[in-house]
Design a protein around this ligand. Structure first.
Ligand SMILES: Cc1cc2nc3c(=O)[nH]c(=O)nc-3n(C[C@H](O)[C@H](O)[C@H](O)COP(=O)(O)O)c2cc1C
Length: 361
């Protein structure tokens, strides 16, 4: 209530990146000050053992995670635990630091509860981010590290593999799981690693790098793949036995923008669409992955989840875990708690004993 009545009207008067930076500053204060984090936790955390899952050796107290892109430099993991998330994904981090694309590069399409961004993988660089993380006290929930290729169109071919491998090696020093972001729509050279040949070379290279504690590898896919493109991509990933999938990234298309005018859409220009308009596409892709992998591989469902009902749709489609980003902007920090409370009640009311029972519904 406080967020929707007071904070959101204030933040929505600012440009979206400034609003994000202010929120980030407040959250990094919570991250640093243990006492404040504890206090915030008493307000937001939901203790519902029915929501807990052990997945790939990791313990998730609840299924709602923070999606990549919100905490690009790993400044906020403990703050995110305090607001009740079950896990977080830092990044995307890239081998070389990058300032990203020129501003403005984030836009609200409020009537459709959506955002368009062309941030361009701005981050402080893999080495500096991981060095800072290993020095901090670890949060007690799983932390994923999302890796991408450096935002530089001149890094291509073998150089691109080398660049990715560097971030992978750095991520191995800290991550509970690693997400390979092959689907960022905001790079000048396009989606090179969704090309099967390039992806195979990349996964071959990763296999050569020692991963003694078997840190799980997830692949993050685009919202814009056709069924047959996704099928081919999954064949490739399954042949390398990747541990799981994150579905989906933002969309380059402008579908399901039912309330935004064509001139607003034109004014915003290129970039990845996130939020409510993505939900039908992301759940379709999650379902296709679930069927292809016989519901045996962990899928993190992301794209348009902004409420309990959206979360249930995503979990029924086959997701094991969820992530949110745009929903947090529209709903505020109580979103994970409200989804988690509602999910626990929904499971009990329907005589279900775990999140994954929803797959059978
Ligand atoms: C401003 C912004 C920046 C993002 N940056 C990244 C990123 O660096 N890496 C990544 O894998 N996804 C990134 N994403 C995509 C989100 O992780 C997520 O896949 C997408 O926004 C769909 O979820 P949502 O509808 O809940 O926002 C970004 C999204 C937004 C809105």
């Amino acid at each position: 209530m406080l967020y929707k009545n007071l904070l959101r009207p204030f933040l929505f008067r600012l440009n979206p990146e400034l609003a994000h930076n202010l929120t980030h500053t407040a959250a990094s204060f919570v991250n640093r000050a243990d006492g404040v984090g504890h206090f915030v936790g008493t307000y937001f955390k939901v203790d519902e053992p029915i929501l807990a899952q052990n997945i790939l050796g990791l313990h998730f107290k609840n299924p709602v995670g923070l999606a990549a892109g919100f905490d690009k430099n790993g400044d906020l993991p403990r703050a995110m635990e305090s607001v009740g998330f079950g896990f977080t994904e830092i990044g995307s981090i890239t081998a070389q630091p990058s300032p990203g694309n020129p501003k403005p590069r984030v836009f609200r399409l409020s009537t459709d509860r959506a955002l368009v961004n062309r941030m361009g993988l701005n981050n402080k660089g893999a080495l500096s981010i991981i060095n800072q993380l290993v020095k901090q006290r670890r949060p007690s929930f799983p932390v994923g590290i999302n890796i991408a290729k450096t935002h530089n169109p001149n890094i291509l071919g073998e150089l691109a593999i080398h660049d990715y491998a560097y971030s992978y090696e750095q991520a191995l020093r800290y991550a509970d799981y690693i997400t390979v972001n092959i689907s960022c729509p905001n790079t000048e050279e396009g989606k090179t690693f969704e090309n099967i040949e390039a992806l195979s070379q990349l996964l071959d290279r990763f296999k050569e790098i020692p991963n003694p504690t078997r840190i799980p590898i997830f692949v993050k896919v685009s919202a814009d793949l056709s069924d047959s493109e996704l099928d081919t991509l999954l064949d490739c990933c399954e042949s390398y036995n990747v541990d799981g999938y994150v579905a989906t990234n933002t969309s380059s298309l402008r579908t399901h923008l039912d309330h935004t005018t064509p001139s607003e859409i034109a004014h915003v220009g290129r970039g990845g669409l996130s939020g409510r308009p993505l939900l039908s596409r992301s759940t379709h892709i999650v379902h296709q992955i679930a069927v292809k992998t016989a519901y045996n591989k962990p899928i993190i469902g992301v794209g348009g989840v902004q409420s309990l009902d959206d979360a249930i749709i995503m979990l029924k489609a086959g997701a094991w875990l969820l992530q949110v980003y745009t929903g947090l902007i529209y709903e505020g920090p109580s979103l994970p708690a409200s989804i988690n409370k509602g999910l626990a009640e929904y499971l009990r009311k329907n005589n279900l004993t775990s999140i994954r029972d929803l797959h059978l519904q």
